[in-house]
Design a protein. Structure first.
Length: 522
């Protein structure tokens, strides 16, 4: 029987979810689902000083919005674990950081590293006993000094292994001394002095690390917390993870992890490191909030589906022409063999393109529904207007809209008249007197129309016929009409705008706006 595929997303709860972390979570989710495996959410909070309150709940909300699911680990209680296809019920939980908002479930709980300290301590000690780790009693001052010297000599900053060479008796004495002073030594991994470790990465292939360049890094700190390296290996082993999928910045840590697996006598997981995400100028994508926070993208009106589609293409592609993928299609097509090694460029224009594709695919009603909060954000009380009106406005902008947050600025004139100067009404090849004459003629014409004439096609036919009869030209007639209705230099054409305005606010609104324009010209 084949082993069940198990992947994990293992964030540190240090802040917002950025593009890079979403990409990692998405790829491990897609890989798990594609293989009918399980996706686990483990929280790596070994650095307590960097912990941010509410980060886990926030992460769960973002993941829920974009549709990345977890079968084990944490879930949102108000959600009841919905969308988490698993037979484990929420009752099996709460060994870890369960709170009013976040629950925990799964047979390997707790999934929060700070709740698993005893396990790491046990294994650190086991390594000491086997000679693959050792106590280090060096003071911070000594280590700082060493670090400075190495920098001055342009040498890599590594521990000089002073404590690795202590005799058993010396260790015993030092331990007693520390214990009297109520202090704990740290434990360091004893990297073999010779030889090499080869990573067989599913994306990068074989990567060889000579042991002599690896540092004897701390695996257990003096406060009893493990460092990342120990915790990640112990947890991936006990949580039966089969595939570790993470950013390529973790490649240099992987030989240390492989050595830990070897010393524990455990079968290592498979590793797949994902390529860097780059700015268009090929520099490394910054993690500054606002630049890459998923929440900010959502706030700016990028649709979750478009974001996922875009993020999926950061390093992966189906090796064919197809670009638009739903989550289900991504699950069906996802393959680590189609992930590139080369850095993936984060291109804003591409994101806008994906977003506009998803905007175009919606029905006007659906789009209007999604636009409501964005109108609200622009101080437009959309709920005071009919859904038919909102959908007609949405439809008018649907082809042009790149993100939903543009809607207030683009369509404000449908809700409030805009203030503009009389000069804007005058077409460049016309003058004030002529503009006034045209507008008052148009007023007379439209005044006679009944409500059904206010359909775009019928307005267009009748007004164009009228322009010909009156020997006006299109520019001098249609420009002021459009400005009278919108107050803007650029907008959709006058027939569309008039028909939508009449639909939502009645023929009288159209006439009033023309009247107001005429008053400006007096
Ligand atoms: N806690 C690490 C992070 O914050 C996880 C790295 C890994 O997946 O091994 O990225």
């Amino acid at each position: 029987m084949n082993t069940k595929i198990r992947t994990r997303f293992a964030p540190s709860p240090t802040g917002f979810v950025h593009i890079g972390s979403l990409r990692t979570a998405l790829f491990s989710f897609l890989f798990a689902r594609h293989n009918n495996g399980a996706h686990i959410l483990r929280v790596e909070d070994t650095d307590q000083s960097r912990k941010v309150e509410g980060a886990l709940e926030n992460l769960l909300r973002v993941m829920k919005t974009v549709g990345v699911e977890f079968d084990e680990g944490f879930y949102l209680i108000d959600d009841g674990g919905v969308g988490l296809p698993t037979d484990l019920s929420p009752e099996v939980l709460t060994k870890g950081e369960a709170s009013a908002k976040v629950g925990e479930r799964g047979e390997f709980a707790p999934y929060l590293q700070s709740k698993r300290l005893a396990l790491y301590q046990k294994h650190a000690k086991e390594l000491v006993e086997k000679g693959h780790a050792y106590y280090c009693f060096c003071s911070k001052e000594r280590l700082d000094e060493l670090h400075k010297e190495q920098i001055a000599l342009k040498k890599p900053s590594m521990y000089d292994r002073l404590c690795r060479n202590l005799s058993d008796d010396e260790v015993k004495d030092k331990l007693a001394e520390f214990s009297l002073a109520n202090k704990n030594p740290v434990i360091r991994q004893a990297i073999p002095l010779e030889g090499e470790t080869v990573i067989h990465d599913l994306i990068y292939g074989e990567i060889t690390y000579e042991h002599k360049i690896l540092d004897d890094q701390v695996i257990l700190k003096s406060d009893g917390f493990p460092t990342y390296h120990l915790a990640v290996v112990v947890d991936d082993h006990y949580m039966k993870i089969t595939h570790v999928i993470r950013g390529e910045e973790w490649i240099p840590s992987t030989p240390k992890h492989l050595l830990l697996y070897k010393f524990f006598g455990w079968e290592p997981t498979e590793f797949a490191h994902l390529p860097l995400i780059l700015n268009p100028d090929k520099s490394k994508l910054s993690k500054r909030q606002g630049d890459v926070a998923i929440e900010d993208f959502l706030k700016h009106g990028y649709l979750p589906e478009a974001l996922i589609n875009f993020v999926a293409f950061l390093g992966w592609n189906p090796k064919n022409e197809k670009e638009i993928f739903s989550m289900d299609e991504l699950i069906a097509d996802f393959d680590l063999a189609k992930v590139n090694k080369a850095g993936a460029v984060f291109d804003d224009n591409k994101l806008d393109w994906f977003n506009s594709q998803y905007i175009k695919k919606m029905s006007p009603d659906e789009l209007a529904e999604k636009l409501k909060p964005f109108w609200q954000q622009a101080n437009i009380d959309a709920k005071n207007y009919s859904n038919a009106y909102l959908a007609a406005i949405a439809e008018l902008e649907q082809e042009r809209l790149k993100k939903l947050s543009e809607i207030g600025e683009r369509t404000g004139y449908f809700f409030k008249t805009t203030d503009y100067g009389p000069d804007l009404l005058v077409w460049k090849k016309s003058d004030k007197a002529k503009t006034k004459a045209v507008l008052s003629d148009l007023f007379g014409l439209l005044d006679k129309f009944n409500e059904t004439d206010f359909k775009k096609e019928s307005l267009e036919t009748k007004i164009k016929k009228f322009i010909v009869e009156k020997k006006y030209d299109n520019g001098s007639a249609l420009w002021p009409l459009r400005v009278a209705l919108t107050g803007l230099t650029s907008s959709p054409g006058p027939f569309e705008v008039a028909s939508v305005l009449a639909l939502g606010l009645g023929k009288k609104e159209v006439l009033e706006r023309i009247k107001a324009a005429l008053a400006k010209l007096d």
